[in-house]
Design a binder for this molecule. Sequence first.
Ligand code: SAM
Ligand code: SF4
Ligand code: F3S
Length: 459
Amino acid sequence: MSEVIRYQSQNKKIGEGKFVFIQSFGCQMNERDAESLSGMLGDLGYQPTESRDKADIILLNTCCVRETAESKVFGLLGRLRKLKVAKPDLILGVCGCMPQQEDVAKRIRHSFPFVDLIFGTHNIHELPRMIYQIRENQEAVLEVWATEKGIAENVPVQRKDKLKAWVTIMYGCNNFCTYCIVPYVRGRERSRTPEDIRREIEELVQEGYQEVTLLGQNVNSYGKDLEQNYRFADLLLDLDKIEGLKRIRFMTSHPRDFDDKLIEVVASSKKVCEHYHLPAQAGSNRILKAMNRGYTREHYLELIAKIKKFVPNASITADLMVGFPGETEEDFQDTLDLVRQVRYDSAFTFVYNIRTGTPAATMEQVPEEIKSERIQRLIELQNQISLANNQADEGKILEVLVEGETKNNPDRLAGRTRTNKLVVFTGPLEISGKLVQVKITKGRPNLLEGELVLNSTIG
Ligand code: SAM
Ligand code: SF4
Ligand code: F3S
């Protein structure tokens, strides 16, 4: 079981009248971390701003899962140099997954010497002390912990949304898929205690939040490192009892560790939504083995069949990758065939990208033009299926949690179904934050259009 570090407020309002701009890249875990960064700085008196020019602190909370994510940050740092020259008191920081790689932290230090603060994923909770140190000593701070030292609790948080909240239930990953950098930059799996998770969610409900998404790189592993025999399904059953909470989502599930109990819990619980994000990555057994995914195509399809049997209205989505080293046209056809069999509602599709230090980096690579051509074919197929699935929803009456007006058309409201599909419809703004029934009139490639069922507010 991981040591718990209880965060203590500094009670020093050194940021009074000052502003912070945080830009986060990458996955939801990073988004959630950014909310803690913002919370801790808020505790020091700093207010959030959307303007880099107005900011007294700029933090880039980085991702390194693909090269493009890293390139964006390097490009941005180059452009920020001017701002730093014009405003020498500006504190410019780089944190998150990129600096957690030693060579990258060094590169940032050497190529962008005007950066004041570099820290990693394991010492986020130390941010106030580091800011204080920079302000006091007027010198740069580089602190990256090579390994994780525990779980920080009671960290202040400023959330972006007022209705839906991210709740990290575990940190790290033990899987070491051969293409992936995450285990190297996020450390080993550590589960938060059920008590800490429950407390956070109960507080969220008191603040008016209606929906939580439980986050982890592999939520099915939750609890394996706890002293008590308490696993992910037990956590879901307990959270389902929290009064006032309307919806529970979770991601990401690993197909290898997904057990029958979890299917039963989703089928039987009221609040856990019927949406399974189950990254397949590939459809060929040869490639799955080389990826070290720990399951076969047959196991994956069996799992999908079980889900469809017990939760017939479930939505299934995935992450899929093309161009893993050694992938032949036949292997790729297996992925297309898997997609045709499962008929995902949507999928995040990725082109394999070398990550130095991972085993796949030294394997025989697929030429770029073949990868580009395969991703196009995969996206085309998935788009056809997404549209057909959405059209199959036409005529259905679905429960929608109303999130507010749409960005481009204030007369239209937007919300999500339990299956996490976006629905737009006309209705009064006052029903924002409520659960309503919407009759689906049109399925589009990425959303559903509908009509509000009158007097259908159900909560
Ligand atoms: N833990 C999740 C899982 O096992 O599916 C995924 C987390 S990872 C941050 C998100 C996605 O990034 C992966 O599912 C994978 O498809 C993609 N990804 C990871 N490494 C990659 C790489 N080297 N090149 C391209 N895509 C990659
Ligand atoms: Fe990466 Fe695999 Fe861990 Fe997901 S399960 S974060 S893909 S190593
Ligand atoms: Fe990127 Fe780190 Fe998430 S590498 S995908 S931000 S865990």
